[in-house]
Design a protein around this ligand. Structure first.
Ligand code: SAM
Length: 453
């Protein structure tokens, strides 16, 4: 057996796979005997059909105790602290084996010192990143060992700009500079989210070390930044939407789900998800033949989003690609335009797709044509949906053509990156991916331009 097959066996045993849809659904998993984990060239490990699978067939069910989320992590950590009694109903069904708390390593000493309010003050991302970092380091006594052993390596995220920046990979500053402005902004947003989580978690660990009079130990020993990065990226690239009762914002509403997290992304919905009291279920929404890869849509995401959040792109025909031209339009705005657009919630994010320009883009192109937008009746009519903005159209088209020509000029400068021959394979792949982003932009720009001529 190969290493991956061994690990898969261990995972199936741990999640108590029964291959029986009806057997003890709240404590045992069901992994359809018609599927298997396989290696795919473009997308790494994924799930393949071994047999014909009909549409609308249940293929996976994972009980709540094997899902890694805010509720299960709080249940596991607080088991180390006998003063904490969890009473809320959502904690009651979570199975935490006692053996997993019988250890006195340096990480469980921190768990013992964490109060419930410390945990509840964290976001899902912060709590799970902290927990994955610790459990990875105490893996041999971790309840989650078979799951942790199936998680990707940091090298699997090599295309992701967050990795370039945090690990300062070869040519990282140049690579970030090469990104289209809208992708650069997405990458900055991801970096800020990551940094904020790291700072909060590190401060919490430092405080506990102080409380334990262990201030000679540094929080960096407990959460090295590269391990925190690995944990954070595992979560970001594998989290699945699920409502969390303790969630403070929508961003807290997710879970990690063993085995389900091997489903790769496609633009079309080919599987669907359902969560009930027995756990996390996946059904097919399309038929599959033996050898086919099963896919789940992670959402209507363009390539810039997929790259910055997950570290991959769909090289051909991502139907959710858009072209963000905010960086070209915003410099054209006068202060009164900016004020008007902000007041009406139309500032920034000016996009177009192959189908045409977005309404936000139509609004901004109309707004720049008005000296005093706040008193323009025709602009107000456009915003209220009373007028169709016909009087703005011809000048909007002129402006749009100018902008698109600039976009195409920029794409011509960078498209060649797709075919670069950098001697370092990682840099080569990263540059190639940036080149694909420019190719995507030029395709949309050319399509829109042809409708204007
Ligand atoms: C939820 S995991 C899927 C399992 C993953 N392939 C693995 O080997 O563990 C998501 C990650 O899979 C990869 N991925 C998913 N869909 C992909 C696709 N259509 N093309 C390329 N990579 C993909 C990306 O690396 C992404 O961060």
């Amino acid at each position: 057996m190969t290493v991956i097959e061994d690990r898969t066996e261990a995972l199936l045993e741990w999640i108590k796979n029964t291959e029986d849809e009806t057997f003890k659904p709240s404590t045992h998993s069901f992994i359809s005997p018609k599927i298997e984990i396989k290696q795919f060239e473009q997308s790494g490990r994924g799930i393949a059909a071994k047999d014909d699978i009909k549409r609308s067939q249940q293929i996976l069910r994972i009980p709540h105790s094997f899902l890694l989320n805010f509720t299960t992590v709080v249940s596991h950590i607080t088991r180390h602290n006998s003063n904490i009694k969890l009473k809320e109903p959502y904690y009651l069904g979570i199975y935490v084996p006692l053996e997993s708390t019988n250890n006195n390593d340096k990480f469980t000493n921190i768990y013992k010192s964490l109060e419930l309010q410390d945990l509840l003050a964290l976001t899902s991302f912060q709590l799970l990143s902290l927990y994955l970092c610790f459990e990875r380091q105490r893996i041999h006594s971790s309840f989650w060992k078979p799951f942790l052993e199936m998680l990707p390596d940091i090298s699997d995220f090599s295309l992701n700009p967050l990795i370039w920046q945090v690990l300062q990979v070869d040519q990282w500053e140049e690579l970030i500079q090469f990104l289209p402005e809208s992708a650069k902004r997405r990458a900055e947003d991801v970096y800020e989210r990551f940094l904020e989580d790291y700072v909060v978690v590190r401060a919490l660990v430092s405080r506990i070390l102080d409380d334990l009079k262990l201030s000679e130990s540094s929080a960096d020993e407990y959460i090295p930044v590269d391990l925190f990065l690995w944990a954070w990226m595992c979560i970001n690239s594998r989290c699945l939407y699920m409502t969390i009762p303790q969630g403070k914002t929508n961003a807290d509403n997710f879970t990690m789900a063993p085995y389900v997290d091997f489903l790769n992304h496609s633009c079309n919905d080919e599987c669907s998800i359902l969560i009930d009291t027995t756990g996390f279920h996946v059904r097919t929404t399309t038929p599959y033949m033996p050898g086919d890869q099963l896919f789940l849509s992670y959402g209507p995401h363009c390539n810039e989003f997929l790259l910055c959040e997950y570290g991959f792109v769909i090289p051909h025909d991502n139907k959710w690609n858009d072209l963000d031209i905010s960086a070209y339009i915003i410099p054209l705005l006068k202060p009164q335009h900016v004020e008007f657009l902000k007041e009406n919630d139309y500032f920034d994010k000016y996009t177009m797709t192959n189908e045409g320009i977005s309404f936000r883009t139509e609004v901004v192109l109309a707004t720049v044509q008005e000296n005093s937008p706040s008193v323009s009746r025709r602009l107000q009519a456009l915003l209220n949906g009373i007028g169709d903005g016909a009087t703005f159209k011809s000048h909007s088209h002129v402006l749009l053509k100018e902008i698109i020509k600039k976009v195409l000029h920029e794409c011509d400068q960078y498209k060649h990156l797709e075919y670069n021959d950098d001697k370092d394979i990682n840099t080569r792949e990263r540059k190639k991916t940036i080149g694909i982003l420019y190719k995507n932009r030029s395709e949309i720009a050319n399509n829109i331009l042809s409708t204007l001529e």
